[in-house]
Design a protein around this ligand. Structure first.
Ligand SMILES: Nc1ncnc2c1ncn2[C@@H]1O[C@H](COP(=O)(O)OP(=O)(O)OP(=O)(O)O)[C@@H](O)[C@H]1O
Length: 223
């Protein structure tokens, strides 16, 4: 991330989400400041992925607003997109491109200078243990290798706010540790991490948000 940029906290106020005609969550507040991590918890269907998509600006909330400090994200959508990295459930790895080409694609989106972009690609390949797979096409990767290629873009194209939907899915123990170290370094440099998970992820001092605290009760949702 750009450590020279001093960011205000990223927050949400009174957020509501309706999907398929059903209220998924309502009256939800959160805040995450530079260096902080926020873990979204809750049972299947409680709205963790939906909230991440709302945070990323990919899904319009039914109510409430998101802001950087006092400035609503809607007032500066391009700035919000530039500050945000969203890694969803579905792998964004292009099947016909090699691992290195996939990572270079993301790096070049962020860094127009080919030499600097290549440095970022090599770093991302090394950190996620992908160097030996660099020439393998996306379609031949295992689930965990694909996930690591997808996560490598966090380092290849740095952004301060990482929004990650179950990032440890398909990762082995060693690579979960690698990811935890990458999170710690990102936070130490002033970055922010918001993730959903059903597993234990070591994020010292992280705050938690339980999505089921913001559900309407079963009676209300069925009426
Ligand atoms: N595209 C969609 N159209 C309609 N309803 C949707 C859509 N996507 C999700 N939903 C519904 O929204 C609710 C919240 O789903 P979401 O994926 O956000 O939950 P989650 O907490 O991330 O679940 P999981 O732990 O299973 O990943 C669910 O009831 C789901 O059926």
């Amino acid at each position: 991330m750009d450590t020279t940029e001093k960011l205000p906290p990223f927050s949400g106020h009174g957020l509501g989400c309706i999907r398929g005609g059903r209220v998924v969550f309502a009256g939800l507040d959160f805040a995450v400041a530079p260096g902080e991590a926020l873990v979204l918890l809750g049972p299947n269907g409680s709205g963790k992925s939906s909230l991440l998509r709302v945070m990323a600006g990919l899904l319009k909330p039914a109510a409430g607003k998101l802001a950087w400090g006092e400035v609503a994200t809607g007032a500066e959508p391009e700035l919000h997109a530039a500050r945000t990295h969203y890694v969803g459930h579905h792998d964004a790895v292009k099947t016909v491109l090699s691992v290195a080409e996939n990572i270079r694609f993301w790096a070049r989106l962020h860094q127009p200078d080919a030499g600097l972009a290549q440095g970022a690609v090599e770093n991302a390949l090394a950190r996620f243990g992908l160097a030996h797979l660099r020439d393998i096409p996306g379609k031949l990767l295992s689930a965990g290798q694909k996930r690591r290629t997808n996560l490598a873009r966090l380092l290849a194209a740095p952004s301060p706010l990482w929004l990650l939907d179950e990032p440890t899915t398909a990762l082995d123990r060693h690579n979960i540790k690698v990811l935890e170290t990458v999170f710690a370094e990102h936070r130490a440099a002033g970055g922010m991490v918001v993730l959903s998970t059903h597993q234990d992820v070591d994020l010292p001092g992280a705050r938690t948000l339980h999505l089921d605290d913001f559900a309407l009760d079963a009676e209300d949702t069925q009426s």
